[in-house]
Design a protein around this ligand. Structure first.
Ligand SMILES: [Zn+2]
Ligand SMILES: [Zn+2]
Length: 217
């Protein structure tokens, strides 16, 4: 299969036309990737800077915000062939004090898809093997391009879930993808006034499209 892969501690990704892929084992599903988005951290991984050396291990296939269709199932897989799924890229262990407290998002033994942490698999490939428990079925009303953004939207939603936003005013500082998705989530969750701050005017226009009140009476 074709895949982008990073094997060497240097700038760039390699394009491999004949990258091998194992058969899915245990509860893994093999997905045919239909869309993958580029996160800010992928730029660090491409550059292989200090940040990348902290968050990733070689070798790995990049792309942690991925969507695909199940094409093969391991013997204990819990999804069926042809199911469309989004990948949860944080592979929490379910067996540490943080996971026990319901905080798999900050698991002590976190592995990560697309970063070479406990898996070489990533979404910048035609096929990818992922445990069933990290795959979420997607409603047919959501496009592949939208479904890629479920992971960064989860980051935004996780923040808002921790504060009682209903009827409150909100200031979002920084209108990159997570900030913009926070605006949309806050609007949907019942925030009152939503103020957006950024140093780039185009981003403030996007913020308004996503539901911020700037410029509105
Ligand atoms: Zn990301
Ligand atoms: Zn854990």
């Amino acid at each position: 299969m074709r895949a982008l892969i990073k094997r060497d501690p240097a700038e760039g990704f390699e394009f491999d036309e004949n990258c091998p892929i194992d058969e899915p084992v245990g509860d893994e599903c093999q997905i045919k990737v239909t869309a993958v988005s580029v996160c800010g951290s992928d730029i660090n991984l491409w550059k292989w800077n200090d940040v990348a050396r902290t968050i990733a291990s070689l070798p790995f296939i990049p792309g942690h915000e991925a969507v695909g269709i199940v094409v093969k199932c391991g013997p204990e897989a819990t999804h069926k062939i042809r199911q469309r799924v989004a990948v949860e890229n944080h592979f929490y262990c379910e067996n540490c004090c943080m996971c026990d407290a319901g905080r798999g998002d900050i698991c002590n033994k976190m592995k990560q898809y697309g970063h070479g942490k406990g898996t070489t698999q990533g979404g910048c490939s035609e096929l990818s093997n992922v445990s069933s428990k990290y795959l979420y079925p997607i409603n047919s009303s959501i496009t592949d391009e939208q479904a890629c953004l479920i992971e960064p939207m989860g980051v935004a939603h996780n923040i808002l879930e921790r504060i009682d936003i209903v009827g409150q005013d909100l200031l979002v500082i920084g209108c990159g993808p997570v900030g913009l998705l926070a605006i949309a989530c806050a609007r949907g969750m019942g925030a009152k006034k939503i103020y957006a701050a950024d140093v780039i005017a185009d981003k403030l226009e996007l913020a308004e499209k996503m539901g911020a009140d700037r410029g509105k009476k």
